[in-house]
Ligand binder design. Structure first.
Ligand SMILES: [Zn+2]
Length: 78
């Protein structure tokens, strides 16, 4: 699984909607990929915060910013 695929699955993962095969692949990727773990932590935190103020969806602008942050991390990695 690539980072792009992992990120695309995170919303379903957090909603508990991933099928078992995809869930296993995503978790295996998270095991070995620190940037995606960081992304997941941020994503989870943000969805918790937005849920508290009555919004379920992460704003698109924030999602975009997180994605570009993540790709910077990946490009910086050795
Ligand atoms: Zn990754």
């Amino acid at each position: 699984m690539t980072c792009r695929e992992a990120i695309e699955k995170l919303a379903e993962y957090l909603d508990g909607e991933l099928i078992p095969g995809a869930l296993g692949r995503l978790e295996a990727h998270l095991e070995v990929c620190a940037p995606c773990r960081a992304y997941l932590a941020t994503y989870r935190k943000t969805t918790e915060l937005t849920a508290k103020v009555g919004r379920v969806e992460m704003p698109h602008s924030l999602r975009r910013r997180l994605r570009s942050l993540l790709s910077d991390e990946i490009h910086r990695a050795p």
